[in-house]
Design a protein around this ligand. Structure first.
Ligand code: SIN
Length: 306
């Protein structure tokens, strides 16, 4: 369903605009300064014909920010960017943060190289999660630029947590509304996915972080409600034991990644994806043993989830 903001005109554009307005009851935008198409009904927008190696105009940046809030995942194709340019683009949409577990690129501490080598079998963050929810202020967004990808495989799945929240029954929403959950960096499954990459020089292997956040959060910019637990980092509900929490958490972990809430991104060198950690979670598929994959990752500072 390709669409063009300028050249192909109204009908195709109206599909995405209608989609976005149906999902979020917003007034449709009157124009897009780029070609784009949705990745699925629930989430994701692929954008073509926009060169981020030069700073986008204020108008284009405003549209990017707007569709980001509506679609949660933006995929920019064919970007030829140096690390300095990637950082400069990140600074137009937020404030880059330092990832506490893996050392950044030389000269660019905010850009974390995410590399899986041909002999490795574990990939970084290889399970459903929203980024670093064990921090008091988890990043609002993450930006990943593909440098080298396997010939096939190594896709990343995303799931809308707004759609996941909206699909819950009224009774379940009421039950979850007052609950908060404990998120820990030491949760065993996710710890294993970064073992080979840990920044031992910085002593990061000794660090452990824990934060308590609402189970349903309200997006600070769009006002949308989103489910905010995740299999990677959430260990239990506040004031309950892990055993007592396990049944309901397992239901939520399964529910929140249902296929109809998802889109799938197939990477190519130069693909840059930016996702909203306040509204979605992601799963990098580990199906490309024997091949090298290298991504450059920047996280953007966020606020305390409410
Ligand atoms: C991550 O979880 O930040 C990495 C995602 C990916 O490698 O696709």
């Amino acid at each position: 369903m390709p669409m063009s903001g300028k050249s192909k005109g109204f009908p195709a554009r109206a599909i995405v605009l209608g989609l976005c307005s149906r999902l979020h009851h917003r007034t449709p935008m009157t124009d897009y300064p780029f070609d784009c198409s949705p990745l699925s009904p629930a989430i994701g927008l692929e954008i073509r014909g926009l060169d981020l190696a030069t700073t986008p105009s204020a108008e284009t940046t405003a549209v990017i920010n707007r569709v980001f809030l509506e679609r949660h995942v933006l995929v920019f194709r064919d970007q030829d960017m140096t690390p300095a340019r990637q950082l400069a683009f990140a600074e137009t949409v937020g404030e880059p943060a330092i990832y506490p577990f893996v050392k950044g690129l030389d000269g660019f501490p905010a850009i974390t190289p995410i590399i899986k080598l041909p002999h490795e079998t574990v990939n970084f963050g290889g399970l459903w999660h929203s980024d670093t929810t064990y921090l008091e202020r988890p990043p609002k967004a993450t930006m990943l630029l593909a440098r080298e990808v396997p010939p096939v495989g190594g896709d990343t799945l995303f799931a809308s947590q707004v759609a996941a929240h909206n699909a819950l029954s009224g009774g379940m929403k009421q039950l979850l509304a007052p609950l908060r959950a404990v998120n820990a960096s030491s949760k065993a499954d996710v710890t294993r996915t970064r073992e080979d990459r840990i920044d031992k020089d910085g002593g990061a292997e000794k660090k452990s972080f824990e934060a308590i956040h609402p189970v349903i959060r309200t997006h600070p910019e769009s006002g949308a409600k989103a489910l905010y637990v995740n299999r990677g980092h959430t260990v239990r509900f506040e004031d309950l034991t892990e055993d007592e929490s396990a049944g309901l958490l397992e239901f939520l972990f399964r529910h929140q990644t249902r296929e109809e809430f998802q889109c799938r991104v197939r990477w190519a060198p130069g693909t840059l994806v930016m996702w909203d950690n306040r509204a979605c979670q992601h799963y990098p598929v580990n199906d490309y043993h024997g091949h090298r994959r290298e991504m450059h990752r920047i996280t953007l500072k966020g606020d305390v989830p409410r």
